[in-house]
Design a protein around this ligand. Structure first.
Ligand code: BES
Ligand code: ZN
Length: 885
């Protein structure tokens, strides 16, 4: 269709489809919403009225706005202070999720108008819009609260609105509820009065909140429920944590203190006051994502906000800190300055991800979080981005149902990698100065990626757009191949598109990135060397030692010759490489091996040489790469699988035995995680000592000695006893799940269930995930463990096919949770016939809402098929030569 055609068509539809986006017509612009909502926690319906003040941009005879699953009872249009239509024509378009209001009188451009709706809706069970969430009281009574999740496009489920991030307005909210309820919204309370409630048949309170600053609809929130509170005055404005009465509110202490300190820190870093009069953070029993940055009213999964330091592992504590600091970063980056449209989502999520690392590093330097960045965000980014079905960081999203799917490792992790690369290139201080200018300039406005680069250029005097734009506009990343010329002391480097499936077509390999080579030699790191074209040669002081991509701040893989890789292994032992270098180099070798750039035997030898590695983060990458290999070989011959397991056992056991599995107060944050990692890897590889220890601790623990099983080891021990035990252990872990009181303990137990392999127990795990014991938000937890064994992978997929209807009812495709469950159910396969079976199943179904997940999953299977075909014999030969076969 030619574009003129499209323009012509726009006139008749509810939508404006310029730029290919399905957006609202631009004839009016919202200025202020006066919104009143009254939820009924018995019928789970709610009633509402909204009065929207509008700026009329063009002569107007119709107004379109977003609604989903709302019943509009009454509509009035006013202009110049008088009602011009009290029964306008109201029609609905399902596809564009819009209600269109048409009237006879023309409201002239330049005037103000008001649109009034009275409506009702249902407090749904889908964790989207205005929804209900439940909890059990101590006496076992099921109780409900009402809460919201608007991002990305579900504010339209809660009330009629102009639901686009650029249509910022002010909001005055009133909530009507019984007197014993806590009512919360983005702002502080302006007043409370008693009103006659027709709905309740008795008097109720109407709680009004002060008018918000200019803000986007997706950041709005309101909550009604019986809540407990914890408050601190350590910050300029009150900071509070809320939870339902079944939770221990004291577990909010860590987060509330951290939040107060973080807000103070961010005010300084951004040189901009937190503009709201309070910060509330609420633990919601049913929550689809991890947390949501609603302005002044941040909502969380219980496990990501409440922390019991006595029963939580070190990694859980780090996760809570990450989530809190991430959401608070959004209060500036996202809430004060907002992306113009969803194709700029990465600005929000990439930055908040980077900022949470930046602030965590300032608050807890001993955690050394930047070391872990290389094995965490950098690997997630490169992993997903090595698939043909990846997408550019700035991705065009046209329709609401496409938006949920881009909350992925590209927007978050690759986005944050670009930020990290740019901040290292400019220097963190200069970078933060650019961020301050960006916030000052665009306060209460909307931006595109170019605005960020402009502010950073302004602060640095460098052309940031030139080096950064290419990374956000294009799909994929390069592999840089390094060869050496000994005679001339030079290295030759060449960049090509990297695909895990090893089948790059010439037309997919046209983008040439400015690659910062970060050349590490004995004389330090040369940050200036940049590869600007396809290939180039660079002098190195001494070929005896060099490494490219120092600390892995560049977004690419480096492919060395086998001899150089071996040499780098020795350099690592000799202490010439940083933790980031070692972990990153192993990750690159692993990824390149899986894609056929080098032989798996070379990777195995490299890993073998790391047996004396002293650092946690590096071991994290070593074990991840062995797991990736074992997973790719999971449907292969048992003999080879057993041999690979034995290799892992040899590699990890001695370090695990050396570190031990007892904990003392002297153990640092990293050491605790190190012990846990090595223990679970040794046990998982069949090491007798750790397995025996696992069973011993478990026995004592379930017999009532809670101190016998340290929180850091719980996940590893559950996995070990369920993989090797039977029904008795299974029942005990189920009991742990059902009787533990903290969300962290419960999740650890639930997550482990899938590890059990006996057919009967696999059946129980599958059935349990859909039982009433497991909330929709957690369905994926018991299922996730099934991916650890072939019986589980097969049973999970067979079960998904059989239970498709039930599953999609519980997890609607428009929600992110279904997509990730599909990824889990399918990505474990490795063979062509399995791939065909998956494709066959979905052929007859609409894949709207999870088509990206599916493509990525099938791509990942193809990559593994190729890896096995290429290297099955090579792996066997290496295992034989090393006496494992
Ligand atoms: N804005 C997101 C929440 C979100 C995610 C809304 C997906 C809609 C769809 C929030 O800021 C976020 O990124 N939360 C993360 C946690 C964070 C620490 C990475 C999450 O939910 O996992
Ligand atoms: Zn976020």
């Amino acid at each position: 269709m030619c574009w003129q055609h499209r323009e012509a068509e726009t006139a008749d539809t509810n939508m404006d489809i310029t730029k290919g986006r399905q957006v609202l017509p631009k004839n009016v612009k919202p200025l202020h919403y006066d919104l009143t909502l009254e939820p009924n926690l018995e019928t789970f319906k709610y009633e509402g009225t909204v009065s929207i003040e509008l700026d009329v941009i063009e002569d107007t005879k119709s107004i379109s706005l977003n609604t989903v699953d709302l019943e509009i009872l009454e509509t009035k249009v006013s202009a110049g202070g008088t009602v011009i239509s009290s029964s306008p024509k109201v029609s609905y378009d399902m596809d564009s999720q819009t209600t269109k209001v048409e009237f006879d009188e023309v409201i002239p451009a330049g005037s103000k108008a008001t649109l009034f709706h009275k409506f009702t809706g249902v407090l749904n069970d889908n964790m989207a819009g205005f929804y209900r969430s439940s909890y059990k009281t101590e006496s076992g009574e099921l109780k409900y609260m009402a809460t919201t999740q608007m991002e990305p496009t579900d504010a339209r489920r809660a009330f009629p609105c102009f639901d686009e991030p650029a249509l910022k307005a002010e909001f005055t909210v009133t909530l009507i509820a019984d007197d014993n309820m806590t009512c919360l919204s983005n702002m502080d309370v302006s007043g409370e009065k008693q009103v006659n409630s027709k709905m309740a048949g008795h008097k109720r309170k109407a709680v009004s909140f002060n008018k918000t600053p200019l803000m986007s609809t997706y950041l709005l929130a309101f909550i009604v429920g019986e809540l407990k509170v914890l408050e601190t005055h350590n910050f300029r404005v009150p900071v509070r944590v809320f939870a339902t009465p079944d939770k221990n509110i004291d577990h909010g202490k860590f987060s509330v203190d951290l939040a107060a300190r973080t807000l103070a820190f961010y005010e300084k870093e951004f040189d901009c006051e937190y503009p709201l009069p309070k910060m509330d953070m609420v633990a919601i029993p049913d929550f689809s994502a991890g947390a949501m940055e609603n302005w002044g009213l941040v909502t969380y999964r219980v496990v990501d906000l409440l922390l019991d330091e006595k029963t939580a592992s070190a990694s859980t504590k780090e996760r809570v800190a990450e989530v809190v600091q991430h959401e608070l970063a959004h209060q500036w980056f996202g809430n004060i300055v907002t992306m113009d449209f969803w194709d700029g989502l990465w600005l929000n999520e990439g930055f908040a991800t980077w900022m949470s690392w930046y602030s965590c590093n300032k608050f807890y330097p001993e955690w050394k979080v930047w070391e872990g960045y290389v094995t965490d965000n950098l690997q997630s980014a490169l992993n997903l981005d090595s698939l043909r079905s990846s997408h550019p960081i700035e991705v065009p999203v046209k329709r609401a149902d496409e938006i949920n799917q881009i909350f992925d490792a590209i927007s978050y992790s690759k986005g944050s990698c670009v930020i990290r690369m740019v901040s290292k290139h400019l220097g963190e201080d200069v970078f933060m100065e650019g961020i301050r200018r960006y916030i000052k300039k665009h306060k209460y406005g909307n931006t595109t990626t170019g605005d960020l680069w402009a502010a950073l250029s302004d602060a640095s005097g460098k052309d940031v757009e030139r080096i950064a734009d290419i990374w956000t506009k294009n799909i994929g990343h390069p592999v840089v191949s390094v060869t050496e010329d000994e005679k001339n002391n030079t290295i030759h480097v060449k960049q090509n598109r990297f695909l895990r499936t090893a089948d790059v077509k010439p037309e997919e390999d046209e983008v040439l990135y400015p690659v910062f080579l970060g050349l590490r030699t004995k004389s330090g790191v040369d940050e200036e060397v940049t590869l600007n074209g396809r290939e180039g040669s660079f002098k190195v002081p001494d070929l005896d030692f060099f490494k490219v991509n120092a600390d892995h701040s560049g977004i690419y893989r480096t492919s060395y010759t086998p001899a150089r890789l071996e040499k780098l292994g020795e350099n690592a032992k000799a202490g010439l490489l940083t933790v980031e270098d070692r972990a990153g180099m192993i990750a690159d070798a692993g990824a390149l091996t899986a894609a056929g750039y080098n032989k798996t035997s070379g990777l195995l030898s490299l890993l073998k040489g790391f047996d004396a590695e002293p650092e946690f983060v590096v071991w994290g990458e070593i074990t991840a790469r062995i797991s990736a290999l074992r997973s790719a070989w999971i449907f292969e011959d048992d003999k080879v699988k057993t041999a690979l397991k034995a290799f892992q056992r040899d590699l990890v056991s001695s370090t695990s035995h050396k570190l031990g599995w007892t904990f003392s107060d002297n153990d640092g944050h990293i050491e605790q995680q190190f012990k846990a990692l090595m223990f679970s890897n040794a046990a998982n590889a069949g090491d007798e000592k750790t397995q025996a220890a696992a069973f011993e601790m478990f026995e004592k623990f379930i017999a009532g000695d809670r101190s016998a099983l340290h929180p850091n080891l719980r996940g590893g021990v559950y996995a070990a006893v369920l993989s090797n035990g039977g029904e008795k252990e299974y029942n005990a872990v189920v009991k742990e799940y059902e009787t533990s009181t903290t969300a962290d303990e419960r999740n650890t137990a639930l997550r482990a269930l899938g590890r059990a392999r006996q057919p009967e127990l696999i059946k129980r795990t599958l059935a349990y995930s859909l039982s009433k014991e497991v909330k929709e938000q957690d369905i994926y937890l018991p299922l996730s463990g099934l991916r650890a064994h072939r019986e589980g992978i097969e049973a999970f997929w067979a079960w998904m096919k059989l239970n498709w209807e039930t599953l999609t009812k519980k997890l609607p495709p428009s929600l992110g949770l279904l997509g990730s469950t599909i990824t889990m159910a399918t990505s474990g396969f490795t063979h062509n016939d399995q791939l065909h079976d998956i494709e066959e199943f979905f052929k007859s179904k609409s894949t709207k809402g999870f088509d990206r997940n599916l493509q990525q999953s099938t791509d990942a299977i193809r990559a593994k098929t190729g890896w096995i075909e290429r290297d099955a014999a090579d792996v066997e030969a290496w295992l034989k030569a090393n006496k494992y076969l």
